[in-house]
Structures are given as C-alpha cells and as structure tokens.
Design a protein around this ligand. Structure first.
Ligand code: SF4
Ligand code: SF4
Ligand code: FES
Length: 239
C-alpha cells in the first residue's frame, strides 16, 4: 500500500494509503474527538464529532471515514470546528435524558468526557425530555433508551464481533431507537449469548449491567436508626 504524506495541524505525517485521517492523526498523537467510532468494528460516520477541515474542500469532513490523500492539509482544532462540536454535544444532551449524577456511567461516560473536554457547563438548546422506555427484561443487562445517543456501537460489536446480531435500529428521526431481535424485549431475544460486549461498547450509560444502577440500588431502611443512634448507644458493627 502506497504511503501518503500529509499535514495535520502543521505536523508532517506519513500514513498508509488505506488509513483514515482519524487513524493517521491518532497514530501521530493528534487528538480528534469521536463518539460513534470504535476500533475493531466497521466505520459508521454518523455522530460528526470528528469533523475536520481539509484545505480545498468547503465542507467539513468526518475524519473517521475520510481516507488520507497525498499532500492533504488537515486542520482539527479551528474555532469553526470547536463551535460545531460543542453544538453537537449540547444537542445530544438536549435530546435525551442525561442526568449524570444518577447515571451508572457517571465518571466513565464518553459523552460526559466530551462535554468536559469542550468546557460545556450549560446547554443552550431546549431540553426535549423525551419519554423513552427502559428494558430490564434481560437477567443480566438493561437498556435505558433515555441515554442512547444512537451511535450503533452495540449493533456493530454484537454483529461483527460476537456474531449474534441481536441489536438493530428501528424507526426514523426522533423515533429512532435500538431494538433487540425484531423488537422483542431483550430478555426474550433468543440470539443474545449474554456475552456483555454491547455493555462494554456503549459509550454512555444506555446499556448497563443490572444491579449496578442508582435506580436499582436498595436502601436498607432498617439501618437508619442504627446510623443515627449507634454512636451514643456505643453499639458497633460486629465484624
Ligand atoms: S450481550 Fe452479547 S450477544 Fe447479547 S446483545 Fe450484547 S453483544 Fe449481543
Ligand atoms: S445503546 Fe449505547 S451503544 Fe447502542 S446505540 Fe445507544 S448509545 Fe450507542
Ligand atoms: S466518530 Fe466520526 S462520525 Fe462519529
């Protein structure tokens, strides 16, 4: 494969001809934000977080699906790009129900990471507060559609790595959602091998292990009095 020479953010780079701008940038230590991209599965190019400017092209291009070319000049951190990326992340927050403080993925969520990276401390768009379902019919896992950003990473890992093809996409526009086995509850999806790959691939808290969410946490009310009075009564927990 012929080697291409290009410039990314003024850095001269050599890349294989079949590499994308994202792959070439990453290999050279240049960070481009991503969300739908997942190494090891097919390209999707839908979230547009990885937009870059390529000289001679008036359109912004998705770095994860655009191949490198000889003498290409790429910019990844212009004010225009920062403006669009911030807008995309804000829109994702506004169109779902992302309440980080009660999310199982708090502090390990890629959407949250992007918001922090872009310095987002408020959302300028009107929150949609969609009324989406939560499916906890699977004995081990659950899916909360309120936190789904439709990146399709679950669909691709399940199909291309596990070979189960449990997940699919249904609906259009605002009604788009991921479904399991022809829209059966996940617990009834016979194709699912319970491998957990989709749980790990999901960038947000949309797919989770049951028993780990704040909503599933059980408070032991019998401990309340003990917590309040044990010290004065000099009662300690027996080990
Ligand atoms: S647990 Fe494995 S088989 Fe089941 S839906 Fe997720 S990736 Fe597919
Ligand atoms: S459930 Fe998770 S991995 Fe699947 S499309 Fe939604 S955000 Fe992406
Ligand atoms: S990471 Fe490139 S379009 Fe989503």
């Amino acid at each position: 494969m012929a080697v291409k020479t290009l410039k990314i953010d003024d850095q001269l780079i050599s890349a294989r001809g079949d590499e994308t701008i994202l792959e070439a940038a990453t290999a050279s230590g240049i960070h481009i934000p991503t969300l739908c991209n997942l190494q090891g599965v097919s390209l999707w190019g839908a979230c547009r977080l990885c937009l870059v400017e390529v000289s001679g092209n008036s359109k912004l291009l998705a770095a994860c699906v655009t191949p490198v070319a000889e003498r290409m000049i790429v910019l990844t951190q212009t004010e225009r790009l920062k403006h669009y990326r911030r807008m995309i992340v804000e829109l994702l927050f506004a169109e779902g129900n992302h309440i980080c403080s009660v999310c199982v993925s708090n502090h390990h969520c890629e959407l949250q990471d992007l918001a922090i990276e872009m310095g987002i401390d408020h959302v300028r768009f009107t929150y949609q507060f969609p009324d989406r379902s939560v499916d906890i019919s699977h004995p081990q896992f659950g899916v909360d559609h309120n936190r789904c950003v439709l990146c399709t990473r679950c669909i691709r890992v399940c199909d291309e790595i596990e070979g189960a093809h449990t997940w699919d996409m249904a609906g259009r526009g605002r009604t788009s959602r991921v479904i399991t086995d022809l829209n059966q509850p996940w617990g009834e999806a016979e194709s699912c091998t319970a491998c957990g790959k989709c749980v790990n691939a999901c960038p947000t808290g949309a797919i989770f292990r049951r028993g780990s969410t704040v909503g599933e946490m059980e408070h032991d009310r019998t401990q309340l009095e003990f917590i309040a009075t044990a010290r004065t009564r000099r009662e300690w927990i027996q080990k």
